[in-house]
Design a protein around this ligand. Structure first.
Ligand code: TRP
Ligand code: ZN
Length: 880
């Protein structure tokens, strides 16, 4: 909570730590009401620092005793101010012995040491370790840790920490102990402990080198029937990191622990990954295909951090994307490789593009816009963003596009060769890529320093006489907070040219044959590329595989888009052509709604969609992607002034028109894509279910007897959660009476917290759910604000995924938002600040809505007390 006005921290103010830590010995006497932490820290003055002031961070803890080099320090021998403890003019070698206490059961922030259910868990990234003990809690201080855990044996039979178990035993008096040692030095944010009543699935696994490691997935009793997929994903991750990058697991033991109260997805603590249950627990009865793929991605992500994040870590938190962007890129490649086929890869890529447009582009155009490597922050927790993660991954992907797979691998090898065991910067990664390939990547730095989504405008010109096709590319980047003028980026633009037969033309540039896809390097504000030997005007396929995180402008005609949608050999751009066709129609429909004009959908578009829907040569998963229209959020980003109800009406009209016109084909596809037999989450089966269920949703845009019956039957007969949840969701979203099914679903799954989350989320995002209904749902006995998953399931799904109701004309939902940001803030500022972001784009809405939105934002800004987390978000939203 705020003690004084929030302080902005700047990247340019970085100074090296005055003291480095050699070893840390931690002793925990675990008690929910008062845990005693004893710390022995061996420090040494850092020759790179001029200061002799020993600086320790500490927050929400009680200092009981402090000894330096064997002598008790009196309160006049140190200063505690603003959560910083300073010992002036300390000696070169310092042994600190610190005793502190904390109250885990009252720690609702879920940062530091807290209780969840009947166990103890920690979360130290980014600055949670200081909530456990006084320590130089910054990632460039790396140390070796030994940990002694003591707790009641009955209540906390399992005691875990990082690294290897040295010994364990009884203490008498009903308590027991376990001593752990982590052989690798690490920053404090990777420390973890767990003390709880848990059970595990475990397995010995043989590495390529022949060494055997012990793998464990720890869960609460009763959940051992849901750990197989996490274990399988962990083994796949270990194998993949060896095969693709030559990176081996460096520990003899690797543990995953699932906890139901968790702020984010998961945490890569060394050897002891702690996970939100959502990304561990799955069986066919409770988890959907999307849940399964989430588990694979997050298990991979945290495992891959062991090298990209843990062995090589960040010098300071401004470098967060060094580990996160790189590790997201790695988990994306892992998921794609696990599918294995080109079209499967493309579907994962389409998903990534969707996420960028749905969340990252809006962030980059709003009040919280920041570079991939931010220059300042008030609260670092607010910078675990789609920009740092997903745009950061795009930046890493661009190196691979520019340098080729082999060149990129050489860069990775050099990065580890140079920096293993170090805390480094984004620039060091770029230098490794440049040096390993003898390339100049100086201009590429702007991807790290300039915020905003670049716009690439392209025009084409065909010269029949000279058989030359010219593409002229211009780039610009809108202003973002604190950055008015942008310099040109180094942008890889992958291009192909389609002939009138739909086939790729062979490409020649400057006499050089380049195959059928050329990566153009756009580095200037404007550049022209001349393709030779082009007899007839082609249709350009630009930004293939989404080769850069930019907005592409090209004056495509409908005919050209239909051509690409039918023929493009690049599946991502083929999908993209369909999205462009849809977007043009959605925008004119929304305008027609506003102008009170009749709505119509043209047959040409419907015919194009029909062709894809019924093309059995195409993977089901790809056809599903092509059928999904741009979301209401993505449409809103295209409008000068946003009218959420008009967007909703336009999109619903279009979906209904498609559902009606393609009824027969949709029914056929529905029948053809059943997946009888035992459930398997593999990409082919999941793709069939995805296509089948999107067909069902089209048939049920509005309640009609036939489709309601179909959905009802699917719901009743479903043998897996994917089909069951899809049927229920279609029913609710159509506005059909689904009371019976909702009750049955709740009754069947009330013991499964993650399924109850789905039950709330489905209702929160249904277009008929208004704010009054949400308030009613909040009174349900299963609802609580204290559990982040549950809070997200209802509140976030309403505020972020139900735009036509969230933006109700009377502003009542904004009031609701303000009230709950404030309520949540008192419990958990990190989660509250995420909810606060729902209002980021408020200035783009119709003026009548803006008045209500400003009011709600001001209400939150004026609340006391208010965390720095929420304060930063709402004050940036309100500032000009
Ligand atoms: N490093 C984690 C990841 O990306 C993110 C994370 C987990 C986190 N818990 C957090 C970040 C709490 C901030 C606060 O895998
Ligand atoms: Zn991560």
């Amino acid at each position: 909570m705020r003690t004084d006005s929030p302080k902005t921290i700047y990247r340019k103010d970085y100074t090296p730590p005055s003291y480095l830590v050699e070893t840390v010995e931690l002793g925990f006497d675990l008690d929910p009401a008062c845990t005693i932490v004893a710390s022995r820290v061996q420090l040494r003055h850092n020759p790179d620092s001029k200061s002799r002031d020993l600086v320790l961070h500490g927050e929400a803890i009680e200092l009981v005793a402090l000894r330096m080099n064997g002598r008790e320090l009196n309160p006049d021998q140190y200063i505690i101010d603003n959560n910083i403890l300073t010992i002036r003019n300390a000696p070169v070698n310092v042994l600190l012995e610190i005793e502190t206490t904390c109250v885990p059961m009252e720690n609702t922030t879920l940062s530091g040491l807290y209780t969840s259910g009947s166990g103890f868990y920690t979360q130290c990234e980014a600055e949670g370790f200081r909530r456990i003990t006084y320590f130089p809690d910054r990632p460039d201080v790396m140390a070796r840790y030994t940990v002694m855990l003591r707790a009641d044996k009955q209540q906390y039979p399992v005691l875990l920490s990082n690294g290897n178990l040295l010994e364990e035993g009884d203490l008498g008096d009903g308590r027991h102990y376990a001593k752990w040692e982590d052989p690798f030095k690490k920053p404090s944010y990777l420390f973890a402990l767990v003390a709880a009543r848990l059970v595990c699935q475990e397995e010995k696994y043989k590495l390529k080198s022949g060494r055997e490691v012990l793998l464990q997935v720890w869960v609460e009793e009763g959940n051992l029937d849901k750990t197989d997929y996490a274990m399988q994903s962990l083994k796949n991750s270990i194998r993949w990191d060896e095969e693709r990058w030559g990176l081996e697991l460096d520990l003899d033991r690797f543990m995953i622990v699932a906890v139901s109260d968790f702020n984010m997805g998961a945490m890569e603590n060394k050897g002891l990954n702690i996970f939100n249950t959502k990304f561990v627990l799955a069986n066919p009865r409770t988890a959907t295909d999307i849940d399964y793929s989430g588990i694979e991605a997050v298990v991979g992500h945290e495992y891959f951090h062991n090298w990209t994040g843990n062995r090589v870590t960040c010098r300071d938190w401004f470098q967060l994307s060094l580990k996160e962007g790189l590790t997201v890129f790695r988990d994306q490649e892992f998921s794609a490789d696990m599918i294995g086929t080109d079209s499967g890869r493309a579907v994962t890529r389409i998903d990534q593009v969707r996420t960028l447009r749905q969340a990252q582009f809006p962030e980059d155009a709003g009040p919280m816009a920041h570079p991939v490597r931010p220059d300042s922050f008030v609260e670092i927790n607010n910078f675990y963003t789609v920009t740092v993660y997903e745009k950061g991954a795009e930046v890493v992907r661009m190196y691979q596009t520019l340098l080729g797979r082999e060149g990129f691998r050489k860069g990775m090898d050099l990065y580890f060769e140079r920096h293993d065991g170090q805390a480094v910067q984004c620039d060091d990664f770029r230098a490794a890529m440049a040096d390993a390939n003898e390339r100049d990547l100086k201009q590429f730095e702007r991807w790290y320093s300039q915020a905003g989504t670049p716009v690439v405008s392209v025009s084409g010109h065909h010269d029949g006489a000279r058989q030359v096709y010219e593409l002229t590319l211009r780039q610009s980047c809108p202003a973002t907070p604190g950055q008015r003028d942008k310099k040109p980026f180094h942008i890889p633009v992958a291009v192909g040219l389609l002939g009138s037969d739909g086939k790729d033309l062979p490409l020649t540039l400057g006499g050089k044959a380049l195959g059928t896809t050329a990566v153009l390097e756009l580095t200037a504000a404007e550049q022209t590329f001349r393709f030779e030997g082009v007899a007839h005007a082609p249709v350009p396929s630009i930004l293939r595989d989404f080769s850069a995180p930019v907005v592409l402008e090209y004056p495509y005609s409908d005919e050209e888009l239909l051509h690409l949608f039918r023929y493009d050999s690049d599946p991502v751009n083929r999908w993209e052509a369909g999205q462009r066709l849809a977007m043009q129609r959605l925008l004119s429909l929304a305008q027609a709604v506003l102008d009170n004009k009749p709505l119509q959908l043209d047959d040409t578009y419907v015919a194009a969609l029909r062709a894809v829907l019924t093309d059995k040569e195409l993977d089901a998963a790809f056809r599903e992607q092509c059928l999904i229209l741009p979301s209401e959020t993505i449409i809103a980003e295209q409008m000068e002034v946003v009218h959420p109800q008009a967007i909703h009406s336009a999109r619903q009209f279009m979906r209904h028109a498609i559902g009606t016109a393609l009824r027969a084909e949709l029914l056929q596809v529905y029948g053809d894509n059943a997946t009888p037999g035992p459930y398997s989450p593999d990409a082919i089966s999941a793709g069939k279910r995805g296509l089948k269920n999107v067909a069902l949703a089209y048939l049920l845009v509005q309640p009609n007897t036939e489709a309601v019956k179909l959905a009802g039957e699917q719901f009743a007969a479903a043998s897996n959660m994917t089909d069951r949840a899809a049927a229920l969701s279609s029913l609710i979203h159509s506005g059909a009476d689904a009371g019976k099914q909702l009750d049955a679903f709740y009754t069947d799954f009330k013991g499964e917290a993650l399924v109850v989350d789905k039950w709330f989320a489905m209702q929160g995002s249904a277009p008929h759910t208004n704010v009054a209904k949400v308030r009613e749902l909040m009174k349900h006995p299963a609802f609580t604000l204290k559990n982040p998953n549950r809070a997200r399931s209802l509140l976030f799904s309403f505020c972020n995924n139900n735009p036509s109701q969230f933006h109700a004309a009377d502003g009542s939902a904004y009031e609701f938002w303000a009230e709950h940001v404030i309520k949540l803030d008192a419990l958990n500022p990190q989660v509250a600040a995420r909810l606060a972001r729902s209002m980021d784009r408020w200035r783009r809405y119709a003026p009548a809505l803006q008045i209500h939105m400003r009011h709600a934002l001001e209400k939150v800004a004026a609340a006391t007390p208010l965390s720095n987390d929420v304060m930063e978000v709402v004050s940036k939203a309100l500032s000009n």
